[in-house]
Write a protein that binds this ligand. Structure first.
Ligand code: MV4
Length: 645
């Protein structure tokens, strides 16, 4: 076994790999970018080395620099995680040329699966079912139209270099073929620099079922299947194992196909063979076809771990260090059922827009496995994928596991950013999903219901008001003695709508809240507040942002009357970040006189630099940000002194 390995990744997968390495007595080296200096993966590692700027191209994709760090720290092997360099055959070659071990497949195996047409041809030869279609080199439009005719409409045109649906066109009838081909080729050229396409029979109501395989470079075993049919725009949302409706016969056929695929390319390590399955009429052994092979450990590997009891990262380290496969096929069995939900910082009402922010609060129920690369206090930055955690559960049956998932999501608390938690909760409660009627179109069909705005009750607004006015604890500590009814009010907003919450404080343990013309009572007994006779939910706060942890997290903003007055007048006093980003430079100092149009700061966001200018002549009162700060949209960067008069 290795003494020390380097993890060439960040976030949850870097943490996940380190946990197993640590348990095996293997020391770990983290690498990190400027944006990740204070991150969890750096804290978890035995050593951590800074490798560059926040953009992946300046750090996590710098293969040579990472190899240099491995040599310098005495690491014997490199674990690539997923994404970044994990499926880059040139990186594998460079790692091996440096005398280090790549924890994963050979460069050759990665290359063989890299191009769809070649992979399909190879799989066909190996006896793995492939979707009927044409995957040869002739790209003549007339010829391809003829092939489409032979396959039978509807057909799907796919870029050979593609992935994630790019360069893919559904063609319903011959008259539409030529236009669709031109448009697919154009998109493929722009996206991949390769216009070549293949043509496939279109599978209606497809399911995405993938087989986890594990090889030693010669032979392979499979660790059964995962169903990843719950996707939104080719992004997986909830995964599970085993697949609902799977029969022993179909599992055997798919598992063997996965093993044949892995053995055909001399696969070493953890890999996934993706199949598209015709879900229109139950699962049939002649109704699954090879799609692609992912030559890495995948995001959703934990559901396989929970049903098999295998630690896949442990297997990766053992096989990479020269041990033989840790188990024979007949030793592997399925126990129970597992789900994984991907929790993201994203704004669901705004079309699932990635969000950023500092996690002021983060907690998961003890009953769930939460694989996370962030802790409370950490920031979701715009540089990387905004995943907060994977919430993973296990149960004796699918029904039990699903109810545990629903409960785990209800008990997950995130403060400081918007999340997709309510969306995940709605999916966990979806009737069709509960029945096992999963297919890749489920989310799109029911999107409206799945993304419905939560119902905010008066008691939620009162809870936010209590926190905004500091009335949760204060009354006890300050020990009001001469108690007299006290009136206060606060203006808050939720989902863009403002409301005012008035409170009459009747004593340390009783408050009367009037909101939108209705009144609710908040009362405390034995240290526990109840509002409108319901237990007050947990609330977290960061500045003016207040999160009431009920209904998957309800976000409120306390509106400071001073700020509002300033904003109403088109605040020229404060220079704000127009979007989340990185402060590259600040050209202002307190006391400095500036003229309208002077450049006061540069913000880097969305891969561009934005100059932030003074809106008027004035004097700098305060500089609130420094170069290197990651800031959120609306963050005040520079404040000018109030104008006289
Ligand atoms: C298909 C298909 C139907 N028929 N191929 C989408 C991305 C790429 N990995 C393969 N994809 C599909 N290929 C044939 N011949 C439908 C899809 C598809 C899909 C596949 C898996 C998971 C989600 C999907 C969502 C839309 C379309």
């Amino acid at each position: 076994m290795f003494d020390k390995i380097l993890i060439a990744n960040r976030g949850e997968i870097a943490c996940r790999v380190m946990e197993t390495a640590r348990a095996m007595g293997v020391r770990t080296v983290a690498v990190y970018s400027d944006a990740d200096a204070a991150s969890k993966h750096v804290a978890l590692a035995d050593e951590a080395v800074h490798i560059g700027g926040p953009a992946p191209a300046d750090s996590y994709l710098k293969g040579d620099e990472i190899i240099r760090v491995a040599k310098e720290t005495g690491a014997q092997a490199i674990h690539p995680g997923y994404g970044f360099l994990s499926e880059n055959p040139k990186f594998v070659e460079a790692v091996e040329a440096a005398g280090l071990t790549f924890i994963g497949p050979s460069a050759d195996a990665i290359r063989k699966m890299g191009l769809k047409d070649a992979a399909k041809a190879l799989m066909d030869e190996a006896g793995v079912p492939v979707v009927p279609g044409y995957h040869g080199s002739n790209q003549d439009p007339e010829f391809l139209a003829g092939e489409a005719e032979k396959i039978g409409y509807p057909v799907l045109i796919k870029a050979v270099a593609g992935g994630g649906g790019k360069g893919m066109r559904l063609v319903e009838k011959p008259a539409e073929f030529a236009d669709a081909l031109r448009s697919a080729q154009g998109e493929a050229t722009t996206a991949f620099g390769n216009p070549d396409v293949l043509i496939e029979k279109y599978i209606q109501q497809p399911r995405h079922i993938e087989v986890q395989v594990f090889g030693d470079g010669e032979t392979a075993v499979h660790l059964f299947e995962r169903d990843c049919s719950l996707q939104r725009r080719h992004q997986k949302v909830i995964e599970e194992a085993p697949a609902p409706g799977m029969t022993a016969e179909m599992r055997e056929a798919m598992g063997q196909a996965g093993v044949r695929a892995a053995e055909a390319i001399g696969y070493k390590g953890a890999g996934t063979v993706e199949f598209i399955v015709d879900g229109s009429d139950g699962l049939r052994t002649d109704g699954f076809w090879f799609m692609e092979m992912n030559t890495r450990l995948q995001v959703e590997h934990p559901v396989t771990e929970l049903i098999t009891g295998v630690d896949l990262v442990e297997w990766q380290l053992r096989v990479a260090s020269g041990e033989s496969l840790p188990a024979k096929q007949e030793d592997l069995t399925i126990t129970g059922h597992s789900f994984e939900a991907r929790l993201y910082a994203e704004d669901v009402p705004k079309g699932f827009l990635p969000a950023t922010g500092t996690l002021t609060h983060l907690s998961f129920p003890a009953e769930a496995r939460a694989d996370s690369g962030v802790r409370a206090g950490d920031t979701i930055s715009p540089w990387y994928d905004p995943m907060i955690a994977k919430v993973i559960v296990h149960g004796s049956t699918r029904k039990v596991a699903l109810s545990r998932l629903a409960r785990a999501l209800e008990e997950t608390q995130v403060g400081g950013t918007v999340t997709n938690l309510a969306f995940l909760g709605a999916l966990a409660a979806h009737e069709g999903f509960a029945n096992g009627d999963v297919d890749t179109g489920l989310i799109a069909r029911d999107l409206e219901a799945l993304t419905a705005a939560p119902v905010v009750e008066l008691r939620h607004k009162a809870a936010a008001g209590m926190v905004a006015l500091d009335l949760v604890e204060a009354a006890v500590d300050t020990g009001f003695t001469l108690w007299a009814p006290l009136h206060r009010a606060v203006t808050l907003s939720h989902a863009g709508e403002e409301f005012t919450a008035d409170v009459q404080v009747d004593g340390p343990d009783r408050q009367l809240w009037t909101i939108d013309g209705e009144t609710v009572v908040a009362e405390r007994s034995q240290g526990q507040w109840r509002i409108d006779e319901r237990r007050m939910p947990a609330v977290s706060q960061s500045g003016t942002l207040i999160t009431v942890h009920d209904a998957y997290g309800l976000e409120f903003t306390a509106i400071d009357p001073l700020d509002r007055d300033a904003a109403a007048g088109g605040d020229s006093n404060v220079i704000e970040a127009p979007m989340p980003g990185l402060v590259k430079a600040v050209f202002a100092e307190a006391g400095q006189a500036v003229k309208e149009g002077d450049r006061l700061a540069i913000l880097e966001a969305m891969k561009m630099e934005h100059s932030l200018l003074a809106a008027r002549d004035g004097v700098v009162a305060e500089v609130l940000a420094a170069a290197g700060d990651q800031v959120e949209a609306g963050a005040a960067l520079v404040r000018l002194e109030e104008e006289d008069g």
